[in-house]
Design a protein around this ligand. Structure first.
Ligand code: NDP
Length: 249
């Protein structure tokens, strides 16, 4: 996979933690120059900077809230200043909560929609001037959007929205040589899962041993692998698709 993305520039939102961090590192290892956007400064950002330095190349860490149009303007301005053009945009930043539909406050609906869906809209639209023929946009959706998940109506609505956005954008941007796809992870073993109480975690693991063909949770690196593929010319004739990275549910 090395050198697959040599000479390419990529933006990853929510790129310092969890799946986004694996995507940032995966793209960098494949040779891309990566701009990783994070929201909260701290240890994750500092250790990511160190890991990127070890990989080599010139990478950039920029703070921005993707739900804030002014901050997205600033983020895209920084991308233009630092790398000029972008070949890949990965809309990974996301938030989730578990609330029954009957009790879902409007503010929480907006928070989840604003980050997962409107954030992708803002980042993609504002990045368009930096994208040329051969560029690839990847939205991180969720396998749960197709399956449906109790207590997550707001989250699955946002993630399903990314599929519609992707289908239409693929057709609108295809004539410009820009591809747009969704990667839809199943349950991935991130810090969120690791911080769960042991009993709850054991329940989830048991459930996904049953539910998946591969009998286990996925890893952030396995999601990153699909993103590297979609960012590269190996997927040059693939657009408008949703790639389930779910271990075979
Ligand atoms: P994490 O909570 O570990 O990471 C989410 C990232 O998004 C963080 O880096 C966070 O930054 C960032 N982020 C959140 N809100 C904003 C914002 N407004 N502006 C900028 N950055 C923001 O989640 P995961 O790594 O698990 O999830 C990554 C993506 O994958 C999400 O879109 C999620 O919905 C999706 N997904 C995850 C699955 C899983 O099993 N983990 C399954 C299916 C889909 P900060 O730390 O600063 O808040």
């Amino acid at each position: 996979m090395d050198a697959l993305l040599n000479g390419k520039n990529a933006l990853v939102t929510g790129g310092a933690r969890g799946i986004g961090r694996a995507i940032t590192l995966g793209l960098a290892r494949a040779g891309a120059t990566v701009v990783a956007c994070y929201r909260t400064p701290g240890e994750a950002v500092d250790t990511l900077a160190t890991e990127l330095k070890e990989i080599g190349g010139e990478h950039h860490l920029i703070r921005a809230d993707v739900a804030d149009p002014v901050e997205v303007d600033q983020l895209v301005h920084e991308c233009r200043e630092r790398v000029g053009t972008l070949h890949t945009v990965v809309n990974n930043a996301g938030v989730i909560s578990h609330v029954s539909f009957a009790e879902l406050p409007l503010e929480e609906w907006h928070r989840v929609l604003d980050t997962n869906l409107t954030g992708a809209f803002l980042v993609t639209q504002k990045c368009l001037p930096l994208l040329g023929p051969g560029a690839s946009i990847v939205h991180i959706g969720s396998r749960g959007a197709r399956a449906g998940v109790p207590l997550r109506s707001h989250y699955t609505a946002a993630k399903a929205g990314l599929v519609g956005l992707t289908r239409s954008l693929a057709k609108e941007l295809g004539p410009r040589g820009i591809r747009v796809n969704v990667v839809a992870p199943g349950v991935i073993d991130t810090d969120v899962e690791r911080r769960m109480p042991a009993e709850q975690r054991a329940q989830i693991e048991a459930r996904y041993r049953q539910l998946t063909a591969l009998g286990r949770l996925g890893t952030p690196d396995e999601v990153a692998g699909a993103v590297v593929f979609l960012a590269s010319d190996l997927s040059a004739y693939l657009t408008g698709e949703t790639l389930d990275v779910d271990g075979g549910i």
